[in-house]
Design a protein around this ligand. Sequence first.
Ligand code: ACO
Length: 383
Amino acid sequence: MSDVTIHKGLDNVIIDESRLSLVNGTEGKLVYAGYKIEDLAAHALYEEVVYLLWNNRLPNQTELEALRAEIAANAAVPQPVIDALKSMPKDADPMAIMRTAVSMLAHYDPDSETNTPEANRRKAVRLNGQAVTLAAAWPRIRKGLEPVAPRADYNLAENFIYMLRDVAPPEQTAVDAVNAYMVLLTEHGMNASTFATRVTVSTGSDMHSAIVSGISTLKGPAHGGANTEAMKMFLEIGDPANTEKWFVDNIKSGKRRIMGIGHRVYKALDPRAAVLRDRAEALAKGSGNEKWFRIADDLATLARADQYFIERTLYPNVDYFSAIVLYTLDLDVDMFTPLFAMSRMAGWTAHIMEQASNNRLMRPDVLYTGAVDQPYVPLAERG
Ligand code: ACO
């Protein structure tokens, strides 16, 4: 068996073709269906990017308004799901809540077990809206507040801030930041959670099941869970005066990793991190509290100058400065990963539809290293 190559962690394994996004890890470049992430983050509405991924071109004004309205009109979460959320433990992990809630949504979706392109598109519309409604509902429900229903005249970023705070119209600075965050997080090649959705749908399973796989996979701290972990780390540092000592005690000592730094593909600065750093700085200045941005930026600067990080080409990833953006918006720290999930919904659903349109069952292999030909000893005769 010495001629077998094991691709542990599936590094550099190309599973298919995709027209959805280009992730160039050496140049630190990210393109969604032809468009640079920097341009989209600066100018595009999240729904514009959703249209781009689902249709492979940008919409005109009429097409964009039609999609915005369609998603908003389908963003409500059925009452039995809301009632079930109210019965769940208030201290449950919000990603586990989202996983359960999306699984429940399938029971109330008329297309749940129909996997035609038309049904998949209808489900994708509903899931993109409902994910935002769920992410705004849970922080309210666990505090004993009533969830707020989505409004048909709002886009998703507006609806998120409106449903979270129950204030209309929603504050524009927060809406702009959430929209830019959602655009930056929409899609990212064959990352672990997207791969999980494609594996699930490759068996002929349905979109809700695939999204549950995606949420379950995103939850881990090596993937989407890193934004929450990064913020916990900044909170632990607590004051810019502590940053250098914390770095020496925890990182130089080799005891811990800096959460939000490092990436399997990017061996240059993650372009999303560059945009989010500027956003985080502007929001922090605007809020009058620059402390958390200062800690994050100083820690990144210490790492950038450190031989260990230089040798291993470790740079901030998307989760690093997004933690500061979301914290400045006054979001609960453990809600950061559900925000990632609601933003990635467009990418996941686009990949699911792409996989379904040209499917081949995903079935890799593993090199067996256990025993063979063991004699079966009857239970009564085993010592
Ligand atoms: N801090 C300190 N050292 C690190 C870090 C870090 N954040 N990340 C990697 N390293 C080191 C490893 O210890 C290892 O060193 P070694 O070669 O001396 O053993 C080397 O860099 C390579 O690390 P691997 O874990 O082998 O790299 P891999 O590609 O498997 O991991 C990962 C990538 C999981 C993202 C890693 O960098 C990490 O754990 N980062 C922190 C968590 C994080 O931010 N995850 C979010 C990623 S982006 C996303 O999914 C949205």
